[in-house]
Design a protein around this ligand. Sequence first.
Ligand code: DGY
Length: 322
Amino acid sequence: MPSDKPVVVVTRKLPEAVEARVARDYEGRFNPTDKLYDAEELIALCEGARFIMPCHTEKLTAEVIARLPESLQAICNFSVGYDHVDVAAAKAKGLIVTNTPDVLSDATAEIAMLLMLGAARRASEGERLVRSQEWTDWSPAFMVGRQVTGKRVGVVGMGRVGQVFAERARGFAMEVHYHNRSRLAPESEKGAIFHARLEDMLPEVDYLSLHCPATPDTKGLLNAARLALLPPGAIVVNTARGALVDDEALIAALKSGQIAAAGLDVFNDEPGAPDGYLGLDKVFLLPHIGSATRETRDAMGFRALDNIDAIAAGREPKDRVA
Ligand code: DGY
């Protein structure tokens, strides 16, 4: 007998507990092999469905959205970032769009700290030396990196992840600077130094960590002109989105020494990273794993489902972005 429960399309393999909740409350269309669906497959899967729970790997462009079936009511993302969804097109089609804020802030801030420390202390290079058995000597001049403790860090985007990252950086006695659309209240700012203009902050920091969303306004935000404003030997960290960085400019700045090192978890055109980074020892690279912890994956799924539950019950979802 066909179920009268709303159909939820789950585009990727999700944690067991999350899929169990989908199966309990909805008619789930799951993806047990975790294959990446193409646009045609996604559109076909949505036939008769009321909800889709995509990840950032599913590109819901205006063209795809225009072809989604009328049965679909909402795109409830399993992600905080929603730059993979053409929000204007979704709105125009009357689709609700939600995301999963808060629940991944700790995990992402951990990866930003890992990247900052790894880039500063030459972790990739050191790890490769040991692993390839090319580590043959030790001397005071060997593998000398930069200290993090007590240095100045600039946070671009002092939202949820930016604020957790700032808190962790304070644990390393760092002086926190930030650039944000608006200044935070003193209890959230916690002594961090606000810069209304990004250009004013850059010369003041030794480390720069990106935490703002990718939008048409922030695309290529870290370009050659801004990299040149950082003090020579600064270190750059990106756990937000690859689109924020002009890769050619960053690669050139790394090669010239203007930027001493970089820690990158996200890239333009994932999966994979631009060739120019691959041969540089001073770059610490990770494959977009900022939110990849068991706790956070569960929490992201439950948060997306809370949004679906609200919409299914005719209530306003907590995390509506369109
Ligand atoms: C997010 O939630 O935006 C992470 O980047 C994973 O998609």
